[in-house]
Write a protein that binds this ligand. Structure first.
Ligand code: PLP
Length: 381
């Protein structure tokens, strides 16, 4: 190595580490270096794992493999956001001209992706209220390729009979993709019922601390490999640091979910009996009977009896934050009508029950008494 200062400053050698780091290091690098051309060839021959971070990085792999293992899936891939993972999963299956069936209670971003972007390549979306029909029969076309559902819907927290609908879709030869963001593999693993792809906004419970934006897609190896190519081609790869944060958050998923679900059950019971609340939305034990555990999730939605008091309700909160996301360790509230469901017409709002007085509550890990006292203060004002 040259002794010249300018050269020495940039060619800092890596410390030679022989001890095993307990925590995964962050591979905060855009590219990987090779001892020689033989090793570059080895990468292309599939004998080395990493070349360039958009194509792959150990932190991305760690997160994707961990979620795949928890979901019981063959393979996983991470993406820059939940939307990146959903986009890759849909495009891995659908071709121009294909028809996609989806449950009518769909996250607004997923709906926008399909309606505004995938429609441009003539992928046609048909929304079905799965609580009102008993089979897919009347909705199938020769071009129907996929059924897309969310385990617990946003914001009314509907849980449909997932095993039944997966079976029904598979009987008709459809690929099934499930957004398991709200339930997490702690509560249910759709792959065990035959789902082909399962997607997560890891921004939510997987990360768990409202400090990371990430997505993960897991499922059948062939589909996930195709999705990985799409993520690379569209430039939707996850940054190493975000992957590291999400993987770190994931380690406490079970503890957080246990506590958050238990708190949510108590908070839902409190809201049901509050005179200032006219409706409470929280999955029933019967609806969630196919879950791996006797828990109903950690989200609760409710509607004020006097919907005009909604501004006053949010203003009256002291420590509980109004923030349009969910699943952090802190309890937070959001207002679907002015955020995630802003695009709905007044008519659609009345029809769906997503009205001005609706509050979506993401229950955290605090002492539940404090959550209840804070809500009671704001509701009673
Ligand atoms: C159920 C669900 N799926 C997907 C997404 C999109 O995830 P991200 O914001 O990480 O892109 C969200 C975001 O709120 C969501 O709630």
């Amino acid at each position: 190595m040259t002794e010249r200062f300018e050269t020495k400053t940039v060619h800092i050698s890596h410390p030679h580490v022989t001890d095993v780091s307990k925590a995964t290091p962050i591979y905060q690098t855009s590219v990987f270096a090779f001892p020689g051309l033989e090793e570059v060839e080895a990468y292309y021959a599939g004998k080395r794992d990493y070349l360039y971070t958009r194509n792959g990085n150990p932190n991305q792999t760690e997160l994707a493999d961990a979620v795949a293992a928890l979901e019981g899936a063959e393979r996983g891939v991470s993406a820059a956001s939940g939307m990146g993972a959903i986009m890759a999963g849909l495009l891995a299956v659908l071709q121009p001209g294909d028809h996609l069936l989806a449950s009518h209670e769909l996250y607004g971003g997923t709906y926008a992706l399909i309606q505004k972007e995938l429609s441009r390549i003539h992928i046609e979306l048909e929304l079905i209220d799965l609580t009102k029909v008993s089979s897919l029969a009347g909705h199938l076309r020769p071009t129907t390729k996929m059924l897309f559902m969310e385990t617990i819907t946003n914001p009314l927290l509907t849980v449909v009979d997932l095993p039944f609908w997966i079976r029904e879709a598979k009987q008709h030869g459809l690929t099934v993709m499930i957004d398991n963001t709200f339930a997490t593999p702690y509560l249910v693993r759709p792959v065990t019922f035959g789902a082909d792809l399962v997607v997560h906004s890891a921004t939510k419970y997987i990360g768990g601390h409202s400090d990371v934006t990430a997505g993960v897609l897991v499922g059948r190896a062939g589909l996930v490999e195709r999705a990985r190519e799409i993520i690379v081609h569209y430039g939707a790869s996850l940054s190493p640091f975000e992957a590291w944060l999400a993987a770190r958050g994931l380690k406490t998923l079970a503890l957080r979910m246990e506590r958050q679900c238990d708190n949510a059950k108590k908070v839902a019971a409190f809201l049901r009996n509050h005179p200032a609340v006219k409706a409470t939305y929280y999955p029933s034990e019967a609806a969630t009977r196919f879950f791996d555990r006797p828990k109903q999730g950690a989200m609760v939605s409710f509607c004020l009896a006097d919907e005009e008091k909604i501004y006053q309700f949010y203003r009256s909160l002291s420590w509980m934050k109004l923030a349009p996301s969910l699943a952090g360790v802190e309890t937070a509230v959001s207002h679907p009508v002015t955020t995630s469901h802003r695009a709905l017409s007044e008519e659609q709002r009345q029809a769906t029950g997503i009205t001005k007085g609706l509050v979506r509550l993401s229950v955290g890990i605090e002492a539940y008494e404090d959550i209840v006292e804070e809500l009671d203060r704001a509701l009673s004002r």
